[in-house]
Write a protein that binds this ligand. Structure first.
Ligand code: FAD
Length: 360
């Protein structure tokens, strides 16, 4: 007996994985609604100034490229080996994909999915438009591609908020600040605590080191939980040279500790107290078990991101794809593979090719 293929797929999030999943669903002949609470690829828009570490060829799919070139054969796209910024990737590939003929009518920007529940048949979704209007939509399948960028981890020890952190949250920068660009005046000449040893922290520390060279009054306290020495783990024979370069540069800044940079490894935070908007912070904790504290003007938290599980529904028909499906180390190419496997399960075709067709 052949599998009954569900008809209506709801894709939550129009990031790179949500867009590709929606495109793939269309290629499989399913009807799709894609929701994004912001614009197309809104999280990438927020870190658009950052250079990606995988080449464009690994960030795009055969189906995506075919869709774009079918609509505009002379379209200019980055070359497969190009290392582009988030903004370039979004402008050249993701936005045109979201506006392409297969997705144009399916995509609902500035529409948040607030809740998902299992109904007698399929799912019910409570959605809210930018104008504040709420409604219920339904779907047979839900693909949660909402990422993690909007839910940073907490600064406190044991992954809970430090004392004062909840109140200070709106004054703490948690993304990738454009330190060389529009946020320069906010950081130049200031005392800054950077917390974390993620690749985002590595990007931030490199930008702060350059800023401190230009503006000597800048002082940076780089605080990490990990052991002394090299804060960024290096992947043996890392195939992504951009990523390795970043790790090497950040590690060298931590080791040299010259200029206006202090590196404080093996340090956990217990307090992040704001003295009021633009009035600075007191941060305190333990370094190697000994109490430490600093008064700083700015706090940047680059301690990673956690999935927001509020939308999750357990059981069949609900799939979590993309960055939200991994604790760390997610790559777009992993997400593209997830999409193929998920649609193989949904359609009952064990072998689907890059274009959503039954593999020969
Ligand atoms: C600075 C940085 C650089 C990176 N560089 C690379 C790289 O070079 N190569 C690589 O392979 N990976 C890289 N990654 C990792 C990963 O590929 C990206 O995080 C990627 O954006 C993940 O795609 P996604 O579609 O899963 O989620 P996201 O891009 O996070 O997209 C999620 C979307 O869901 C929307 N959304 C969230 N909640 C809701 C809701 N309730 N309702 C409706 N919409 C919602 C958001 O607005 C957003 O548009 C990088 C990550 C970061 C942070």
């Amino acid at each position: 007996m052949s599998k009954v293929v569900p008809q209506k797929v709801a894709v939550l999030g129009a990031g790179p994985i949500g867009l590709e999943a929606a495109l793939y669903a269309k290629a499989c002949g399913l009807s799709v609604a894609v929701y994004d609470r912001g614009q197309i690829a809104d999280h990438i828009r927020q870190w658009g100034h950052v250079r990606m570490f995988t080449p464009f060829g690994l960030n795009a799919t055969p189906l995506g490229l075919k869709t774009l070139l079918r609509e505009k054969p002379n379209r200019t796209l980055p070359a497969s080996g190009d290392i582009v910024t988030g903004r370039e990737f979004r402008d050249a590939y993701l936005v045109p994909l979201g506006e392409s003929e297969p997705l144009l009518e399916s995509l609902q920007q500035e529409t948040s999915v607030l809740h998902v529940g299992r109904a007698t048949k399929g799912f019910r979704l409570l959605v809210r438009t930018a104008a504040g209007q709420e409604r219920i939509d339904t779907a047979d399948i839900v693909l949660d591609c909402t990422g993690t960028f909007a839910t940073p981890k907490w600064l406190g020890d044991a992954d809970i908020p430090a004392v004062g952190e909840l109140a200070a949250r709106s004054q703490i920068a948690t993304g990738l600040e454009e330190i060389a660009g529009e946020r320069k005046a906010h950081y130049a000449g200031r005392s800054i605590a950077l917390i974390g040893d993620s690749y985002s922290a590595a990007t931030t520390i490199c930008a702060l080191a350059t800023l401190a060279e230009e503006h000597p009054a800048t002082w940076v306290f780089w605080i990490t939980r990990g052991a002394r020495g090299q804060p960024l783990p290096r992947v043996t024979n890392d195939p992504f040279k951009e990523r390795d370069r970043l790790a090497v540069k950040a590690n060298s800044l931590a080791t040299r500790c010259d200029g206006n940079l202090e590196f404080h490894p093996q340090t956990v935070l217990d307090e992040v107290i704001s003295h009021g908007p633009d009035k600075g912070f007191r941060i305190a904790g333990r370094s190697n078990g000994k109490p430490v504290s600093w008064e700083v003007e700015r706090v940047i938290a680059n301690v990673g991101y956690r999935p927001d599980t509020a939308l999750r529904v357990d059981g069949p028909g609900y799939f979590t794809l993309g960055a939200k499906s991994r604790d760390s180390g997610f790559l777009l190419r992993d997400g593209f593979e997830q999409i193929k496997q998920t649609f193989a399960a949904i359609t009952g075709n064990a072998q689907l090719d890059h274009y959503g067709k039954k593999a020969a």
